[in-house]
Design a protein around this ligand. Structure first.
Ligand SMILES: Nc1nc2c(ncn2[C@@H]2O[C@H](COP(=O)(O)OP(=O)(O)OP(=O)(O)O)[C@@H](O)[C@H]2O)c(=O)[nH]1
Ligand SMILES: [Mg+2]
Length: 252
């Protein structure tokens, strides 16, 4: 079994990507399953094979411990970590080729608290990969792009998994897609674009962050996809395969 963890900012398309990736693998003859790690979600566009909501009831946690929504989410994630053996047993019974893991909307809860990292480390798999989503609708300027790239790098440090960066909602962003792809592949173009947008402190902070990220080997490009039209999924599957299967793609 290989596992793919999907993270990204709230509303960036994690859940829809999990559903579409499942569909893509299934259509191509692989046995894929989905693990939902979000205890607070109401409706999902897919049928979960393993669902943490079967182990932890977020609303009861809120009532029982008299917590607000964020406190209850933290507690729910800690409870999930404590049930990791049962969750693993259920995954083992399903035993898919690919386990796609949909993570909670509150990225800081999942990536920055020890329970999230514990779950990522504890789940057993031959290979693991992480997809970080850049929300196409959020990247309206080069400075926004750099700030999301900084977040992607930070999540990569926390999860400590080989990572792929994808850009979602390409069907919504029109001409800006060309700009974003240009920025993500050409450091000089990005610095020039930042210089046109920002000055003073914002300019120096943004360019310094950018240089730091490049030095850290971040400049690996972004895979543009649309969860609605299916554009880019062939490239995403290829990139996952290079990490998970040493380059062998699922059959077409
Ligand atoms: N047009 C378009 N809409 C998308 C795309 N990906 C996601 N959406 C929409 O964006 C909204 C949020 O998508 P979700 O998949 O729920 O995002 P999420 O990251 O799981 O959200 P949280 O778990 O709440 O953080 C939904 O209305 C989706 O239909 C895309 O590629 N194109
Ligand atoms: Mg979601």
């Amino acid at each position: 079994m290989k596992s793919v963890f999907i993270s990204g900012t709230a509303g960036s398309g994690k859940t829809l990507l999990a559903s579409k990736l499942h569909e893509y693998y299934t259509k191509n003859g692989a046995f894929a399953a989905i693990l939902n790690l979000d205890p607070g979600v109401d409706n999902l566009p897919y049928t979960c094979d393993v669902d943490v909501r079967d182990y932890v009831d977020y609303v009861s946690v809120m009532q029982q411990y008299e917590l607000g929504p964020n406190g209850a989410m933290i507690m729910a994630n800690d409870l999930i970590a404590s049930k990791i053996d049962d969750i693993q047993d259920q995954i083992d019974r399903v035993n898919p080729d690919y386990l796609i893991v949909d993570t909670p909307g509150q990225i800081e809860l999942f990536a920055y608290r020890s329970s999230g990292r514990f779950v990522v480390e504890s789940l057993l798999a031959e290979e693991k990969a992480s997809i970080f989503i850049f929300d196409g609708a959020l990247i309206t300027t080069p400075v926004n792009f750099v700030s999301i790239a900084l977040l992607a790098t930070s999540i990569r440090l926390r999860l400590n998994l080989p990572a792929i960066n994808v850009l979602t909602k390409t069907d919504l962003i029109g001409d800006n897609l060309k700009n974003i792809l240009g920025w993500s592949t050409n450091m000089r173009a990005l610095e020039n674009a930042i210089a046109r947008e920002a000055d003073g402190d914002t300019f120096s902070l943004t360019t310094n962050i950018l240089r730091g990220l490049n030095l850290g080997g971040f400049a690996q490009g972004l895979i543009p996809i649309s969860n609605v039209t299916g554009d880019g999924f062939v490239n995403l599957e290829g990139a996952l395969s290079r990490i998970l299967n040493l380059g062998e793609e699922v059959e077409d």
